[in-house]
Write a protein that binds this ligand. Structure first.
Ligand code: KG4
Ligand code: ZN
Length: 338
């Protein structure tokens, strides 16, 4: 049983949490959404500076909320990759400093491994093997979780990540940042069959299409062309219908790939993780498809889908329980396969 203090600063949330194995004792998230919102996306330099200002108060708040002290902490963890380098460095430097100061082991965690572990916090009985559909602002991956810490990447995206596509289309429709939740809200008032849009496919050199890989650039361009055409014709933009049609196309294509992959590999449990797993259409399609094919499906609650430090702490606790720690020389990396 390990109690971990973890820090997550890979993008635009300063997050600190204290977790005992799969049980959250405190989870603090200081969002920078308002700061970056005016620019329509994350400004890396501003993110790092904001993390610096917020990190110490967040650590103090995590301890106060968990009502415990350093004596009860077994290790200090931080996200080391992938992410914005300057932003990652703030969290990693803070974690290493605390580890040295309080004589605790340091555990560096891969951000995507954290997203996978988020599901263990909401469903502690979940055990590998399972197939994880990991859809976030930076990733669209189908990861076969064979055992704790043993992963095989079965599918990915050839261009934009799913969340990135949501964010770009939202900007196109004037829905603001972050785009995913804005499109989800607008889509609730729209007709998802209003505009038939192309589902991106990845061609194989030997012919046919990759069954698990995604592509979103064609879909994004199709929405752009549609918007340009409607504007040229002086027609009012049917924002809600466009949002609903786009969201429906993404959800359908992601679920199709996930189910095909699970059936091909004989995997009976599916986990949806990452920010886009909060999407209502994706959840509805996944629910229906898994029911139809007699598969089990797990998704963390919305608060654990998007970036948080509790998921990083949970992954670190598992590593520490298995005797794994990281060197204090471990650096940050903007890109790193899981
Ligand atoms: O996992 P996350 O918090 O950060 C990354 O690791 O990237 O994911 C953020 C992404 C953003 O692109 C955001 O637009 C998207 O998740 N997102 C959603 C929803 N909530 C967040 N996308 C679709 N529907 C949502 N409800
Ligand atoms: Zn993330």
């Amino acid at each position: 049983m390990s109690t971990i203090l973890a820090i997550e600063t890979s993008c635009d949330e300063t997050a600190v949490a204290i977790v005992k194995n799969r049980h959250i004792l405190s989870s603090i998230i200081a969002s920078q959404i308002d700061l970056h919102g005016t620019y329509g996306g994350v400004v890396p330099e501003m993110a790092s500076r904001q993390h610096l200002q917020t990190i110490n108060p967040c650590i103090a708040q995590a301890f106060a909320s968990a009502k415990l002290g350093w004596d009860e902490i077994d290790g200090v963890a931080a996200t080391v990759a992938p992410g914005l380098v300057g932003a990652l460095m703030v969290g990693v430097t803070a974690a290493k400093t605390l580890a040295i100061l309080y004589h605790k082991p340091f555990i560096g965690v891969h951000h995507l491994e954290g997203h996978i572990y988020a599901t263990y916090l909401s469903d502690p009985e979940l055990q590998p093997p399972f197939l994880c559909l990991l859809v976030s602002g930076g990733h669209t991956s189908l990861i076969y979780v064979k055992d704790c810490g043993v992963y095989e990447m079965l599918g990915s995206t050839r261009d934009d990540a799913a969340g990135e596509a949501f964010d770009k289309v939202a900007r196109l429709l004037g829905l603001g940042y972050p785009g995913g939740p804005a499109i989800d809200r607008a889509a609730k008032m729209g007709n998802r069959e209003a505009f038939p849009l192309p589902e991106g496919k990845v061609s194989l050199p030997e012919g046919g299409y990759h069954p698990y890989d995604s592509s979103f650039s064609g879909l994004k361009t199709a929405v752009l062309r549609l918007v340009q055409k409607l504007k040229a014709e002086n027609q009012p933009l049917p924002i809600n219908d466009l949002a609903a049609s786009f969201q429906e196309t993404v959800a359908r294509s992601l679920v199709k790939r996930t189910i095909t992959c699970a059936i091909d590999y004989g995997i009976s449990t599916i986990v949806a993780a990452g920010g886009v797993a909060a999407n209502s259409a994706l959840r509805a399609h996944l629910q229906a498809a898994t029911q139809e094919h007699n598969l089990k499906v797990y998704y963390p609650p919305l608060t654990l889908c998007t970036d948080n430090a509790a998921m990083i702490a949970c992954a670190a606790a598992d590593r520490l329980n298995r005797g794994q720690t990281s060197s204090l020389t471990l650096g940050v990396q903007s890109r790193l396969p899981i």
